[in-house]
Design a protein around this ligand. Structure first.
Ligand SMILES: C[S@@+](CC[C@H](N)C(=O)[O-])C[C@H]1O[C@@H](n2cnc3c(N)ncnc32)[C@H](O)[C@@H]1O
Length: 282
């Protein structure tokens, strides 16, 4: 079953020509694609609600420092991993299932000169190719909704963490408002979508042996961010300016507008919630 789901996930996120589209987007934004500013790339490489600000918020909530070795599970094209390595100088390993994303993440690491700090490993979160107690911190953002066997996910995370290490996540979970509207950015139908309710997730993380330090429903921040984005787009349109490339429009080649409308609707209607959590391994 896991194999079938993981094939579905790879197919969903597959994106040949992704690097070419990112380069075209950087040119359209007015940057030299051979030497783009990191801030410009960070507008395109964060595949979660609230972009780079949410990434910084999570890493700060975990108290990650320059001497920590960090694993980012489901790292996508490496935006959060690069942001952390660049800001704090710590070594980050990004693990992801999707080959196209791993290839793109490595190219972006070279382009931004962080290839010595950020290593990208292709593999499954359910069978991580790492020894026990390999990392001081493990983070994950917006990847667990593609993972059915969450008990195995959190067991793997606890296994690779050092004693005293921290696990932090910023994830989409099932809200009280009912079934989600599809297509959504993480799945066009329920076949590769596995949202669990917050209490169930908390119980699974604790069952894996981790102890809760922080648990915050940050859905309201997501709604405020979406409203800001909408207002900015409308203001641009009123000035007669083009919308310009955005991360989602570049990364989700097909149906980005509908997927984005649905994620906003899902959050607004309480069908999904976003939770930031920090746990430690005793
Ligand atoms: C929405 S993207 C988020 C990427 C990144 N965390 C970010 O916030 O920019 C979800 C990512 O999770 C990865 N993923 C899903 N299931 C996975 C699994 N079982 N093992 C490893 N990666 C997985 C996908 O390949 C995809 O890159």
């Amino acid at each position: 079953m896991t194999e079938k789901i993981e094939d579905g996930v790879r197919g969903h996120y597959a994106g040949d020509g992704l690097m070419d589209r990112l380069v075209a987007a950087l040119v359209e934004m007015g940057h030299d694609p051979d030497d783009p500013p990191a801030e410009a790339v960070s507008q395109l490489d964060q595949m979660h609600i609230r972009g780079a600000a949410a990434t910084t918020e999570l890493h700060d909530a975990m108290g990650i420092g320059p001497d920590d070795s960090v694993l980012d599970v489901g790292c996508g094209i490496g935006g959060p991993a690069r942001a952390l390595a660049t800001r704090l100088g710590c070594p980050v390993t990004g693990l992801d299932l999707t080959p196209d994303f791993c290839a793109c993440a490595r190219e972006l690491n070279y382009l931004l000169g962080v290839e010595d700090l950020v290593e990208i490993v292709e593999g499954s979160a359910l069978d991580m190719p790492f020894d026990d107690e390999s990392f001081d911190a493990v983070v994950t953002q917006h990847a667990s909704m593609n993972i059915e066997d969450k008990a195995a996910l959190y067991r793997e995370i606890a296994r690779v963490l050092e004693p005293g290490g921290r696990f932090g996540f910023y994830d989409i979970m099932q809200g009280p408002g009912g079934d989600v509207h599809y297509p959504a950015p993480w799945a066009v139908n329920p076949e590769i979508s596995f949202l669990a309710e917050p209490d169930a997730v908390k119980a699974l993380i604790e069952a894996a042996g981790l102890r809760q330090l922080k648990w915050e429903d940050v859905s309201e921040k997501g709604l405020a961010w979406m409203a800001e984005q909408k207002a900015a787009r409308e203001a641009k349109a009123a000035r007669g300016e083009a919308d310009g490339p955005t991360g989602p429009s570049v990364l989700m080649r097909h149906g980005a507008a509908e997927k984005l409308r649905n994620i906003a609707r899902n959050l607004h209607e309480g069908r999904i919630v976003t939770i930031l959590g920090v746990f430690e391994k005793p």
